[in-house]
Design a protein around this ligand. Structure first.
Ligand code: GDP
Ligand code: MG
Length: 709
C-alpha cells in the first residue's frame, strides 16, 4: 500500500528551487494558476520508496509577510493546504539571508526540511558547514544538495519521509525574541486564546481556514499582529472578541516603541537575524574571508578564541570599578541620611522599645538594603548599556564553551558575574535564560559568588588573623572556593535535582548599535525599582523579626536590667539560638557567640562584623564605625584578643560566611522570582548543609595537619 505525502517547496528567488523541483519530479509537472491571483502554481508527482509524493512549488519569496501576492500565496498554501513537510531550499552561499525565511516557516509550526543548495558554490567560496550543529540550533533537518548535479535528491526525499512520518527529531525550536517583545507576544497570545479560541476553531473549518495547532496558531497570530500584518489583522477583526485583541496589540506596539525605541516590525526582523547570526557563528567556518560586514569585523575581534575572554574580563573589571567608585559617595550619603533619620527619630521619641524598634529595627534594616541602591543602579545601567550595544550577547557567546562543561548555558555567566557585586541583581539578570531549569540552577548557585557585603567580614578577619603578606592570597582563595563550589553545585543540581539534557541554544547575536539614553535609563529604572519593591516588603518584616530576636527579653529573670549590652545579647532569643546551635557548630571551631553573629548575618552579611563587635565587648564606638570600613588595626587587634580564634577558625568563619544562607533580601527576591517558597527553602537548606560540610572538612583537616592552629 502506498502512502501519500504532500510537500511544498519554499525558498528565496534564485535559490535553485525550480532546479530542485525538476530533479524531484522530472517531467511529471502540471502548471496552473492560483485562483484569483496571477501567480503561477506548479505541481508535480513522484514515487519514492513506498510513498506517492506530491510536490507543490511555491513562489519564490524572501519572507512570509503580507506585502506581496507571492508571499501571501506561499503562506496560505502552507496554512490552508497544510503540506506534510515544507522543503526549504536555501542558497548556502548566502545563508544568513536565506535562513530568514526558514525562521518564519518554523513559526508556522510545520515540519521543515532544509535543502542546503548551491553547497558547491559555498564550498568554493571557502565556507564550511557543520550540518549537525546547524541542524540542532535551527531545529530542522538539513540535507546538502547541488541542484545542477542532481546530488542530494534521494537523501532529501529520505528526510522528507522521516519528517512526514514524524520520525525525524524536529525540535520545537523557534526564534526567541528580546524579553520585551516576548512579553507582549504572550500578552496578545493570552487574549487571543481567551477571547476567540472557540471562534478560531470555528473559523478554521469555515471559509477562511486557519489550519494550525492551537499554540503555534496563537503565537503566530500574536506575532503577526504586532508586526502589523494586514491579512491577519483582517482575520482577527472578523472574529468575535477580535476588537479586544487589537486594542491590546496597539498597546503592546506603543509599549515596544517607547521602551525599545524602535518599530515593532523592525524589532521582529532584528530578532530573527540575531538568531540566525548566532547559529551561523556556531556552525560556519570560513577558510577565506572576503565580503564581511562591520558587525562581522568587530565580531572577529570580540569573539576571537584568544582575545575574546581577556577583552570580556577587561570590560567587566571596568564595569565593576566604575560601579564601586562612582557608587561609594552616594552610598555614604544614603548611610548618612539614614543615620540622620535615626538620630532625628531618637531625638523626637521617648526612649523605649518603640523607639528601638523604629530606629534599630526598621530604619536600620531598611537602610541596610537601600544603601546598595547606588551600586545596583550603576551596575544595571552598565549592563543595560552593554546589552543594548549588543555586546552582552557576545560575552555569553565567549563563555558558552566553558559553561557547557558544567551543563549551563553561556548566558548563565552574566548573572554569576553580577553576583560578585550583589546576588539580588544576579538573580534578576538570570531572566535572560529561556530554559527554566538552567535559570533555576543559575539562581541557586549565584549566592556562592561572593557578594560585596561579605567583603567587610573577610577584611576584618584577615586583618586580625593573617600576616599582611598572605592577606591577598587568603582573600583570593575565598573567592576562588566560591567559584569552584558554584561550578560543582551547578553540575550536581543539573544532574540530581533538575535533570535533563542541556539542549544547544542559538545565542542571538544582534547587530551592534549605539544605545539610546532613553532605553538605557528605562531598563535601569525598571530593574532598580523592582529591586526596591521586591526586597522592600520582606526585608521590612524580617528586620522586625531579627530586631525582636535580639531585643527580647529586655530584662533578666529577676526583672533587672542587664549590666551590659553584651550580657543582654547573650540572654536574648538570638543569644539562646546561639547557645542552642553551639553543639552543631562546635565541630567547625565556632562558639555560641559566633553562632549569634551568624544568625544576625542572615539580615545582611556585613552585620556579622558589627554583631561580633558587640558580643566581644568591643564597644568603642569609633572602632566599630571604622571596622565597618574594615580597615582598622585596633578593632582587629581586639577581635583577635577577645575572640580567642586561631587563624584556622578565622578562615573557616570566612568560608562559612561565604557559603551559608544568602541574606534575607536574596531569599525574598528568589521567592518572588520562583513564585513560592520551595526554591528559596531549598537554597537556604543546601547552602547551610554545604557550608557545614565544607567547613567541617577544612577545620578538622586543618587540625589534623596542624595548619593555622
Ligand atoms: P529558483 O529561482 O529558485 O527557481 O532558481 P533556479 O532553479 O531557477 O536556479 C537559479 C540558477 O542557479 C540556475 O542557473 C541554476 O542552474 C543554478 N543552480 C541551481 N542549483 C544550483 C547548485 O546547487 N549549484 C550551482 N552552482 N548552481 C545551481
Ligand atoms: Mg524558479
Amino acid at each position: 500500500m502506498k502512502e501519500k505525502i504532500t510537500i511544498a517547496l519554499a525558498g528565496n528567488p534564485n535559490s535553485g528551487k525550480t532546479t530542485i523541483f525538476n530533479n524531484l519530479t522530472g517531467a511529471r509537472q502540471h502548471v496552473g494558476n492560483y485562483s484569483g491571483v496571477t501567480v503561477e502554481r506548479k505541481e508535480g508527482n513522484l514515487k519514492h520508496k513506498d510513498y506517492d509524493i506530491k510536490v507543490i512549488d511555491l513562489p519564490g519569496t524572501y519572507s512570509l509577510t503580507a506585502y506581496s501576492p507571492d508571499e501571501v500565496v506561499a503562506r496560505n498554501v502552507i496554512i490552508d493546504e497544510k503540506p506534510d513537510v515544507v522543503v526549504n531550499v536555501v542558497d548556502a552561499s548566502n545563508l544568513e539571508r536565506n535562513l530568514y525565511l526558514t525562521t518564519q516557516l518554523k513559526e508556522l509550526g510545520v515540519p521543515v526540511v532544509v535543502a542546503m543548495n548551491m553547497a558547491d558554490m559555498a564550498e568554493t567560496q571557502g565556507i564550511n558547514f557543520n550540518y549537525q550543529i546547524l541542524s540542532q540550533l535551527l531545529g530542522v533537518n538539513i540535507v546538502r544538495t547541488v541542484g545542477t548535479k542532481n546530488s542530494g535528491t534521494q537523501e532529501l526525499l529520505d528526510e522528507v519521509i522521516q519528517a512526514a512520518s514524524g520520525q525525524a527529531e524536529i525540535t520545537e525550536k523557534q526564534v526567541r525574541y528580546i524579553n520585551e517583545l516576548e512579553e507582549e507576544i504572550s500578552r496578545v497570545q493570552d487574549l487571543i486564546a481567551e477571547n476567540s479560541s472557540a471562534t478560531l476553531e470555528a473559523a478554521s473549518s469555515a471559509a477562511e481556514p486557519l489550519n494550525m495547532d492551537g499554540d503555534y496558531l496563537s503565537r503566530w497570530l500574536a506575532l503577526k499582529l504586532i508586526e502589523n500584518d494586514k491579512d491577519v489583522i483582517q482575520k482577527i477583526k472578523s472574529l468575535s472578541g477580535g476588537g479586544k485583541v487589537l486594542e491590546q496589540v496597539a498597546k503592546s506596539q506603543d509599549h515596544l516603541r517607547k521602551i525599545v525605541g524602535e518599530d515593532p516590525e523592525l524589532i521582529v526582523v532584528d530578532g530573527r537575524y540575531a538568531f540566525i547570526r548566532g547559529a551561523c557563528q556556531e556552525a560556519l567556518t570560513y577558510t577565506r574571508q572576503d565580503r564581511i560586514s562591520t558587525t562581522e569585523k568587530v565580531d572577529k575581534i570580540l569573539l576571537n578564541r584568544m582575545l575574546g575572554l581577556p577583552i570580556f574580563l577587561g570590560i567587566m573589571w571596568l564595569l565593576f570599578q566604575l560601579t564601586f567608585t562612582l557608587g561609594s559617595p552616594p552610598m555614604d550619603w544614603i548611610d548618612a541620611g539614614f543615620g540622620l533619620l535615626g538620630e532625628w527619630t531618637s531625638a523626637h521619641m521617648n526612649e523605649g522599645l518603640l523607639q528601638s524598634l523604629i530606629v534599630d529595627g526598621i530604619i536600620g534594616g531598611v537602610g541596610g538594603v537601600v544603601i546598595f541602591l547606588p551600586n545596583i543602579i550603576l551596575l544595571f545601567m552598565g549592563i543595560a548599556f552593554l546589552e543594548d550595544t549588543g555586546y552582552m550577547a557576545r560575552a555569553a557567546f565567549v563563555m558558552d564553551k566553558l559553561m557547557h562543561r558544567v551543563g549551563l548555558h553561556g548566558k548563565s555567566f552574566i548573572p554569576m558575574l553580577i553576583g560578585f557585586g550583589c546576588t539580588i541583581p544576579a538573580i534578576m539578570a538570570s531572566r535572560t535564560l529561556e530554559n527554566e531549569r538552567d535559570r533555576l540552577v543559575t539562581m541557586l548557585v549565584s549566592p556562592l559568588m561572593s557578594c560585596g557585603a561579605r567583603l567587610p567580614v573577610y577584611t576584618l578577619l584577615i586583618a586580625a588573623f593573617f600576616h599582611e603578606k598572605v592577606a591577598g592570597n587568603v582573600l583570593f582563595s575565598i573567592y576562588l572556593i566560591g567559584i569552584i563550589l558554584a561550578m560543582i553545585m551547578a553540575k550536581v543540581l543539573k544532574k540530581w535535582v533538575l535533570p535533563g539534557e542541556s539542549e544547544p541554544f542559538v545565542m542571538e547575536l544582534p547587530a551592534y548599535r549605539l544605545p539610546t539614553l532613553k532605553s538605557v535609563l528605562i531598563h535601569m529604572w525598571e530593574r532598580s525599582w523592582l529591586y526596591l519593591k521586591k526586597a522592600g516588603t520582606i526585608i521590612l518584616a524580617a528586620s522586625i523579626v531579627l530586631w525582636m530576636l535580639f531585643t527580647f527579653p529586655t530584662v533578666d529573670s529577676q526583672g533587672n536590667e542587664f549590666a551590659s549590652s553584651s550580657l543582654q545579647m547573650e540572654q536574648s532569643y538570638a543569644g539562646r539560638v546561639g547557645h542552642a546551635i553551639e553543639p552543631i557548630i562546635a565541630p567547625l571551631g565556632f562558639d555560641w557567640k559566633t553562632g549569634v553573629a551568624l544568625v544576625a548575618g542572615f539580615a545582611a552579611k556585613e552585620v556579622v562584623v558589627s554583631t561580633m563587635g558587640t558580643l566581644y565587648s568591643i564597644e568603642d564606638e569609633d572602632a566599630l564605625a571604622e571596622a565597618e570600613e574594615a580597615s582598622v588595626k585596633g578593632f582587629a587587634d581586639r577581635a583577635r584578643e577577645q575572640s580567642g580564634y586561631t587563624p584556622l577558625v578565622a578562615y573557616v568563619l570566612m568560608l562559612f560566611t561565604l557559603i551559608y544562607v544568602p541574606c534575607m533580601a536574596t531569599v525574598a527576591v528568589l521567592k518572588r522570582e520562583t513564585n513560592g517558597w520551595k526554591w528559596p527553602s531549598f537554597m537556604v537548606g543546601y547552602t547551610l548543609v554545604l557550608a557545614w560540610v565544607v567547613c567541617f572538612v577544612v577545620y578538622q583537616g586543618g587540625l589534623l595537619l596542624g595548619i593555622g592552629v
